[in-house]
Design a binder for this molecule. Structure first.
Ligand SMILES: [Zn+2]
Length: 324
């Protein structure tokens, strides 16, 4: 069976954009969908699903369900396309060099491995921060997103699967990281913490301020994602409740198991006298809001608001940093 020629040119880079882009070939009206798969990489498919099916022998819906890696390799294998990535760990040295030169903003998503109800993944905070950082980079059309970090301050230390760390370790880690990022060309560093609480947020704010004082050529901003965000007249922040569940339902829906909410939440306090015990959490966990109302749509609203705010702020900060 003969196959239509590919509308994509081997070796050509298709940059992420939301919407269609006209290329020289009319058939190559490409739809760039920032919501496809894992945030941070945008798949490009022909505007028509049937056209896509003809070209690849599969369908857009199938691609959306596949893992990002598989989708990437599918395109790369069949069309020889190298898609732009904002993820540090995926860049080639050349891509990295170009990205730093074009926009020396580094996005540092951080969280904690922590119990988040029985319906959510233990890495929710880092997954959330990473997903949002990738959205920010896509919107900026620049910047470099580091892999999610999970070294953080407490934390419900005695709840199942939770790992918490001391102030000196977290402080030292970020201080060294900022120095490394300065070495490789950072002018603005944005630490987005998906894990909250005064211990975490204040620790990050302190180390950011300290580094900035000693290194005025680098602007370091450390904030929780809900900073200055109001959604439906409230601050969209909680622990494993309506907001976090909605955000992760939007970013990584396959990791949310709402059916687990029907079981009573008991017996999650499993570690006696844990190190870094700060909250002395209760045996019984109480959700502070109606987590059952969580939706991907609500999560999308929050992510959109956080992204908007961060993009404006980072553009302004970079401009200030680059002033002669
Ligand atoms: Zn959380």
């Amino acid at each position: 069976m003969s196959r239509e020629p590919s509308p994509w040119r081997p070796g050509r880079v298709y940059f992420p954009r939301c919407g269609y882009r006209q290329t020289t070939n009319r058939k190559a009206n490409l739809l760039f969908s920032p919501k496809s798969g894992d945030a941070g990489t945008v798949f490009c498919v022909p505007a028509s699903t049937q056209q896509f099916s003809r070209l690849t022998g599969t369908g857009f819906s199938v691609i959306r369900k596949n893992t990002r890696k598989r989708s990437l390799s599918l395109f790369e294998e069949r069309f020889g396309i190298r898609m732009r990535t904002y993820r540090y760990e995926e860049m080639t040295p050349k891509e990295f060099e170009r990205a730093v030169k074009e926009m020396p903003i580094f996005l540092v998503p951080t969280g904690l491995l922590e119990w988040h109800g029985n319906h959510l993944p233990l890495g929710l905070d880092g997954l959330k921060a990473h997903g949002i950082c990738c959205r920010i980079a896509e919107r900026l059309e620049g910047g470099i997103v580091l892999p999610a970090n999970y070294l953080g301050r407490p934390g419900f230390s005695s709840y199942l699967g939770t790992l918490t760390y001391s102030e000196s370790l977290v402080n030292g880690y970020f201080y060294e990281l900022f120095h490394q990022l300065k070495k490789i060309g950072a002018r603005v560093i944005f630490v987005l913490t998906g894990h909250y609480g005064p211990l975490q947020v204040e620790c990050l704010e302190r180390v950011a301020a300290c580094f900035e004082r000693e290194n005025p050529s680098v602007r370091v901003i450390a904030q929780p994602e809900y900073q200055d965000i109001v959604c439906h007249e409230t601050i969209p922040a909680d622990h494993a409740g309506l907001w976090e569940t909605s955000i992760i339902r939007h970013l990584v829906p396959e990791l949310v198991h709402m059916e687990e909410l029907e079981r009573p939440v008991i017996g999650q306090k499993v570690y006696d006298a844990p190190p870094n015990d700060y909250y002395h959490e209760d045996e019984m966990w109480q959700f502070v809001n109606d987590v059952r109302s969580a939706t991907a749509e609500l999560g999308a609203e929050v992510v959109e608001a956080v992204t908007d705010r961060a993009v404006n702020m980072l553009k302004m900060e970079l401009k200030k940093q680059l002033l002669p």
